[in-house]
Design a protein around this ligand. Structure first.
Ligand code: SAM
Length: 280
């Protein structure tokens, strides 16, 4: 074999022998370089279920509006739109969320309930709200009804809740969700004189009589929607319209079942009633 031939052969042998090692080495080096040079990015957040849930709840809400609200005669497009958009599932405890769009009340703690969607829609429609109206709600509860009211264009909403924990959590929830509602904790029996007169008053707990302070704080032409009846029993849902002479024109909307209106206001009235001697 000539010298150049041997060199060629030897070079070829070397190449064959070290080629696998070289490739492994190059690969390792490449990986180290790539890993080392990767830009430092914040850890990817875990995938959240929210968008899926939002879409699922929106479908449930749409069905609720068609099947239980429109089907039962609610026609005011502004009310229907509010019922379509307010996320009821965010106003109930987490364990109740799957039931949020059923047409029934649900527990919200402290022995209280969020009202049934159809009743919320009916009471809102009966208030006959117009842009510029000031509306008072007695019984904030979860804040759901207040959110529906605040979704009616041009309406100013005030809401009172007697249970401090509910008052606090509802105010917080409404703020976080972006609903403009002025809230306070207190006995709604006495209304909210600082902001009176109101064009509309909605009472979402049942007294056994119509609270006189609420009548006083209702503007002439104003509407009050209120369940009235014995605590623990069925009540009648009334729409009262204040006449120019201060009298109330009353319309009966049938039987409902609300939690009772509590607090010193109703109790004092009851005591006065029992203390007043009745003519024989
Ligand atoms: N509107 C509420 C909602 O959308 O969740 C539901 C109201 S729940 C049926 C009745 C609420 O009225 C309860 O939260 C209860 O604590 C409240 N309440 C009872 N008596 C009250 C009073 N005198 N003043 C203010 N709130 C009262």
């Amino acid at each position: 074999m000539r010298v150049e031939e041997w060199q060629r052969w030897d070079w070829y042998q070397m190449k064959v022998r070290i080629h696998p090692c070289l490739s492994v080495l190059v690969c390792v080096l490449f990986l180290v370089l790539v890993a080392g040079c990767r830009p430092v990015s914040p850890p990817t957040p875990p995938p959240t279920a929210a968008p899926v849930d939002d879409a699922r709840y929106a479908t449930m809400r749409e069905r609720m509006v068609i099947e239980t609200i429109q089907a039962r005669g609610i026609r005011d497009e502004r009310v229907l739109e509010a019922m379509r958009t307010v996320p009821r599932h965010l106003f109930v405890p987490e364990e109740e969320r799957p039931q949020a769009y059923g047409d029934y009340p649900l527990p919200i703690g402290f022995g209280q309930t969020i009202s049934q969607p159809y009743i919320v829609a009916l009471m809102t429609e009966l208030l006959d709200l117009k842009p510029g109206d000031r509306v008072l709600e007695v019984g904030t509860g979860s804040g759901y009804q207040a959110a529906v009211l605040a979704s009616i264009p041009g309406v100013e909403v005030y809401s009172i809740e007697i249970i401090p924990e509910l008052a606090r959590s509802a105010e917080e929830r409404l703020r976080e969700l972006g609903y403009k509602v002025t809230c306070k904790q207190g006995d709604g029996y006495y209304g909210w004189p600082e902001y009176a007169p109101f064009d509309a008053i909605i009472v979402t707990a049942a007294p056994d009589h119509i609270p006189p302070p609420l009548v006083e704080q209702l503007a002439v032409g104003g509407r009050m929607v209120i369940p009235v009846g014995p605590p623990g029993g069925y009540q009648v849902l009334w729409k009262l319209v204040k006449q120019p002479d201060g009298e109330l024109k009353a319309y009966n909307y049938g039987g409902v079942a609300f939690v009772p209106l509590t607090g010193p206001g109703v109790q004092q009235h009851r005591l006065q009633e029992t203390a007043t001697p009745r003519p024989k």
